[in-house]
Design a protein. Structure first.
Length: 261
């Protein structure tokens, strides 16, 4: 028991002190409050939220984990490009594999994604101008809601690359001026006709516990449903440290004033 405890403590020391931890300042878009109260009122945990770098055009504002990769990264996956038959997606055979995803926080990838959602609105506006059908009007409404959602409520953590080799992503992260984060995921071939894209899914529970010293920040705040139509601006921010072995912890929090945008 003593040896096990010593091993755990050594891991904590390595994670927090041996290597210089990375600091990220996240907002409510990236840290979702729990939908239900914890069994223990003394514990509050937030869910880390992120999204892929392609437009999700469904009606529910659900996060898409489809990622368009740099061509070199896609080639290294060994997956074959998707093909189409009669304009319908063909499921690609390929085993889901454990890998890693590189996320960029509030950088060019997020700005590009917002532009893509805006372009989607413009496209549907043109469709309505050409044919003012009920279906086209409905699709325009969805596109407008999705655009407002990604601007005000969507996570600014955007997947920009994925690989089976974590070292490659660590090297790639050095080229980004914006803060980055690497998370373990499962990678599989995409189920669409877009080329150089993969589906990624988180491999571990991405929870962050709120320290007792910062609990007052979330007291009285209710969770905002991910799928509702109301645009919800961020209400709080949190400084998150990422240690040498990838573990994450919250150091301080605050309510949104000038810190949130």
């Amino acid at each position: 028991m003593v040896l096990v405890n010593a091993f755990v403590l050594l891991g904590v020391v390595y994670n927090r002190f041996w290597l210089q931890p990375t600091t990220l300042v996240l907002q409510e878009q990236e840290l979702r409050l729990p939908n239900r109260a914890s069994r223990s009122e003394s514990v509050v945990e937030l869910s880390l939220r992120w999204q892929g770098n392609l437009v999700d055009s469904n009606n529910y504002h659900s996060y898409s984990y489809e990622v368009k990769l740099p061509q070199a990264s896609y080639t290294r996956t060994g997956f074959s490009p998707a093909t189409c038959k009669d304009d319908k997606p063909v499921f690609i055979s390929g085993e889901e594999k454990a890998g890693w995803v590189l996320l960029e926080l509030n950088g060019p990838a997020y700005q590009t994604l917002k532009q893509q959602y805006k372009a989607n609105v413009v496209k549907h506006e043109q469709m309505v101008d050409e044919n003012n059908s009920e279906e086209n009007v409905k699709r325009l409404g969805v596109a407008e809601k999705n655009y407002q959602w990604v601007v005000h409520s969507g996570s600014r953590l955007i997947a920009v690359d994925a690989s089976f080799d974590k070292a490659l992503l660590q090297q790639s992260a050095k080229n980004f001026e914006s803060p980055t984060l690497i998370l373990p995921v499962s990678i599989r071939p995409t189920r669409s006709c877009r080329k150089a894209t993969v589906q990624v899914r988180p491999r571990n529970i991405t929870k962050l516990y709120v320290p007792a010293s910062e609990r007052a920040v979330t007291d009285g705040l209710r969770a905002v449903r991910q799928y509702n139509d109301k645009v919800q601006k961020p209400r709080f921010w949190a400084e998150v440290k990422v240690g040498g072995n990838g573990n994450r912890w919250i150091t301080k929090m605050g309510r949104c004033t000038d810190q949130c945008n």
